[in-house]
Design a protein around this ligand. Structure first.
Ligand code: URA
Length: 198
């Protein structure tokens, strides 16, 4: 385990818990910095905490999280071996989408530092907010199941697990995508990891 990366992540998490940089801090019970291995091969990025995450201070612990955990296990991944976080770290009121300004502040202050610290081989973007924010692509449906390279990093796009919850037809696709992401990350193991960049 890379001790330096773990220290950076712990520092970011501390700052996130004290953050007052955008209005979202006013409504939170707990900030949700993210969790997982500091040297994870794969990083998962969702939209932002929901009610359960806000209560517990941990990412993807509600119904969407349960489905994500199941999909990880079905693909042969353990939740504790990956790194899971969100574009924004505080729950938007009423679960609205985070604004461009909120996303901008939170990614520049925290998410990009987390990506640099973990330096994953593959970043899996869960749903439209993550895809818009990291790749500047507006429609997930047009690009899901595909990998992209940007700024020296490799990304894989799939649905947000909530989309798989609300539309059972999407469930198989979501499980299939997570498996494909795992296989892609495995196939990259013979190459050295990227140096630090986003
Ligand atoms: N939805 C997200 O995008 N992230 C979470 O952590 C939980 C639900």
């Amino acid at each position: 385990m890379d001790g330096l990366a773990a220290d950076v992540l712990a520092g970011v998490a501390d700052e996130v818990r004290r953050c007052v940089l955008c209005p979202l801090h006013r409504g939170r019970l707990n900030a949700v910095p993210g969790e997982g291995r500091a040297d994870a091969e794969i990083m998962f990025i969702g939209e932002g905490p929901g009610e359960d995450e806000d209560l517990q201070g941990r990412p993807f612990v509600g119904r969407s999280g349960k489905l994500l955990t199941e999909a990880l296990e079905a693909a042969g991944l353990r939740r504790e071996d990956v790194f899971i976080t969100n574009v924004v770290k505080c729950r938007p009121p009423g679960n609205r989408e985070p604004t461009p300004e909120e996303r901008n502040i939170c990614t520049k202050s925290y998410l990009f530092r987390q990506i640099d610290a973990v330096n994953p081989r593959l970043i899996v973007l869960l749903g439209s907010v993550a895809v818009q924010t990291l790749l500047n692509i507006s429609s997930v449906t047009a690009v899901r199941g595909r990998a992209f390279e940007k700024g020296g990093r490799r990304f894989f796009v799939t649905f947000h697990p909530a989309a798989a919850l609300y539309n059972p037809a999407n469930r198989d696709i979501f499980f299939h995508d997570i498996k494909k992401a795992k296989e892609l990350a495995d196939s990259l193991k013979s190459f050295p990891r990227q140096s630090r960049l986003v």
